[in-house]
Structure formats: C-alpha cells, structure tokens
Design a protein around this ligand. Sequence first.
Ligand code: ATP
Length: 192
Amino acid sequence: MQIKRLRLSGFKSFVDAADLRIEPGLTGVVGPNGCGKSNLLEALRWTMGENSPKSMRGAGMDDVIFAGTDARPARDFAEVSILAEIDGGETEVVRRIERGAGSAYRIDGRDVRAKDVALLFADAATGAHSPALVSQGRIGAVIAAKPAERRAMLEEAAGIAGLHVRRKDAEQKLRATEANLARLDEIMSDQE
Ligand code: ATP
C-alpha cells in the first residue's frame, strides 16, 4: 500500500482544509516546534481507526476537533481523508467526527463500519497500530513490549492481523449456528 494524499479539515491545528500529496520516495516534514508535524501522523492513525483519545494526546475523541484560538472559533467537526494505492487501484478512506456525535467512516464514498476500515488496512499490512508508524516515545515502547505484544506487531507487519479478526467472526457465527441446531433438535424431538 502506498499513501498518495492526506487531506485534513478541522483536525487539531489544521483548521483550514489542507492537502498533502505524498510522492514516491522519502518524504520529510519539517517545521518549528508545535507547528503540527505530529498531528499529521496522528491524523493518519486516527483515520485508520485509532480509538484511544490518550494516544491522540487528548482527554476525549472530540479533542481532535479544532478547539479554536483567540482569532478563530472552534469547529464542530473534523474530517481526514487518506487516498491510498491498494492492490493496483486507488481507494479513499474518510473518517469524520462531529462534536458530541462520534465518528463515521467512508470507503470510496460508501458508509462503512470502523471494522471494515481496520480490515482494509490490516490486509494491506498496516493500520492504526502498525509498527511502521513510529511516533515520539514509541521506540522505547517497542523495546519494552512483552512477547505477546511483540508478536502482535510482527503479525501486523506480516499482514495477517486481519485474519485473526475474520477467524473471531467465523467462530462467533459457528457458535450461533451450533446453538440454532441444538434448538432445532429440541423442537424436533418435542414433536416426535
Ligand atoms: P514538536 O516539534 O514540538 O514535536 P509538532 O510540530 O509535532 O511539535 P504537534 O505536536 O503536531 O507539533 O502540534 C501541536 C499543536 O497542535 C499545538 O500548537 C496545539 O495547540 C495544537 N493543537 C492540538 N490539538 C488541537 C486542537 N484540538 N485545536 C487546535 N489546536 C490544536
């Protein structure tokens, strides 16, 4: 997967719509302290489904919405779009949050669940918790990780994290079907 464009509107310090084209090769983001470099990485992780406000450096998820300054009023929503090349085609993933109303996701204009977005990125061997996204302080966390956490990182890097989610879904469906079959057996033996 290659991310080709990041578009932000009302996300943290990016109050005005901002478009970042990411060309092939190495991309560097430079700027003075506090100009919003880390906010860009957070916007990527947030759109991929990050749901911990703490890891977005906020108290609640609404804190990702532009909070206002002396010169500009706060916004009521934030929206981030990732345009990525996946399996040879272009896919756009959008996450939008409205103050007090939570988040909604879209893939290529279709309303989808957070889980669909997580699966899309997991299958492309990335995601909100991908070890490829290294934020400040994360290197220490990788070194200190427990074996099970490290295994999850390796599985994510290997692109098999999505399979675990599907396996869990399949197991749930299997259990529900088994319960239905048992119920059917009971009804049939009652009628005999
Ligand atoms: P450094 O180089 O010091 O790590 P940085 O360039 O990575 O800085 P960020 O940490 O991305 O900067 O941005 C911090 C800025 O974002 C701060 O000025 C902070 O006030 C602003 N900010 C964060 N959340 C919001 C919000 N909800 N509304 C408005 N501004 C916000």
